[in-house]
Design a protein around this ligand. Structure first.
Ligand code: TXA
Ligand code: MG
Length: 319
């Protein structure tokens, strides 16, 4: 029987019983639990097979709760909250003592965001605790952007996926932290660098690609399909090296005509980066189901959400 359901009150009951529930957000689906329940938080890490050194994001429904989670909130942080919440921006702030270390992996900071999804905002309003929610995928695989993706991953392991439709933004939130009051982007995501710079001015990016465990979740291998993925500036040329392989193509805007392609997905025929981001993970899930030898993905323009898409594609090449 399917675990996908639109029943918010059922999700409320399960979460009150310290169970975990997959929830929709505008970016990707999250695997959620009560931040104060050790049982729920451990279940999140276990279900995802996520290492405990990788901290979780706390989801709240209103900026009114911010001061119950974080302290020393700077003017810059307030400006970002005002500009982007609810929305795909996560802020890393000094944590309150009351926030369990299991959530923050022992750090003295905590990651927080207000998701912009009506179903999850309603759910949060009916709970008297915030929700910790990492993306609802097994560690290092492609993030889910539909309830079905989550069921495919965790069908036998969790009791419910709260269905909120397909995610509108399609890639994870952008993460911003502060070092000596200077804002820093730790993870590129659905809020573009340019949009953040409009609020705060020039901003540094430390979107690390190494394997340092304390780098905010930015392990080099991530978001990866099961089959090999190659990033290419010129798909037709790259195809020449793989003529004998069963190859899938992930193209930005233009269809590639080549008889060596087994299947092809265009992410945005209009060349719209937002639309391409929305479609990215679903396209990767679809290609990954076709038993391919190889996926060749087209490199995106390096601005706006193209930068974030390239980041995800680069990490997906590391398997
Ligand atoms: O869009 C999103 O952010 C989705 C939805 C479900 O909200 N969530 C998500 O969670 O992408 P997750 O766990 O897959 O990624 C959270 C990232 C991790 O890379 C983690 O290392 C980083 O946030 N993070 C969490 N707490 C942190 C902290 N205190 N300092 C630095 N990075 C932190
Ligand atoms: Mg994730």
């Amino acid at each position: 029987m399917s675990i996908i359901s639109k029943d918010i009150s059922k999700a409320v009951s399960l979460l009150n019983e310290e169970e975990i529930v997959a929830i929709p957000t505008e970016t990707v689906y999250g695997l959620a639990g009560n931040i104060y329940s050790e049982k729920a938080i451990k279940a999140i890490f276990e279900t995802k097979q996520r290492p405990f050194f990788n901290p979780l994001i706390v989801h709240i429904s209103s900026v009114n709760y911010l001061s119950t989670i974080a302290e020393d909130i700077s003017e810059k942080a307030n400006n970002l909250a005002e500009a982007f919440w609810p929305g795909p921006l996560t802020m890393v702030l000094k944590k309150k003592n009351t926030i369990p270390e299991l959530i923050t992996a022992g750090k003295d900071t905590v990651a927080i965001r207000i998701p912009n999804h009506p179903v999850t905002l309603e759910l949060l309003d009916q709970l008297d605790f915030p929700l910790a929610a990492p993306s609802a995928n097994p560690f290092s695989s492609i993030s889910p952007t539909t309830a079905q993706h989550v069921e495919d991953y965790f069908g036998g392991k969790i009791k419910m996926v709260l269905d909120g439709g397909a995610c509108r933004s399609g890639i994870e939130s952008t993460i911003v932290g502060f070092e000596n009051d200077e804002p820093i982007i730790y993870r590129l995501g659905s809020t573009s660098v340019e949009a953040i710079e409009n609020v705060l001015g020039k901003i540094q990016i430390k979107n690390r690609k190494n394997n340092q465990p304390d780098a905010p979740g930015m392990l080099s291998k991530h978001y990866a399909p099961k089959c090999k993925l190659i990033l290419s500036e010129d798909i037709s040329e790259t195809l020449q090296n793989y003529k004998k392989q069963k190859t899938g193509v992930l193209a930005f805007q233009n269809k590639i005509i080549d008889r060596h392609i087994f299947s092809q997905i265009i992410l945005s025929e209009n060349g719209n980066l937002e639309e391409a981001a929305t479609n990215l993970y679903d396209a990767m899930h679809q290609l990954d189901k076709q038993d391919l030898d190889l996926i060749i993905a087209e490199k995106f323009p390096d601005y706006g959400l193209g930068k974030s898409i390239n980041d995800r594609l680069e990490r997906a090449t590391k398997n």
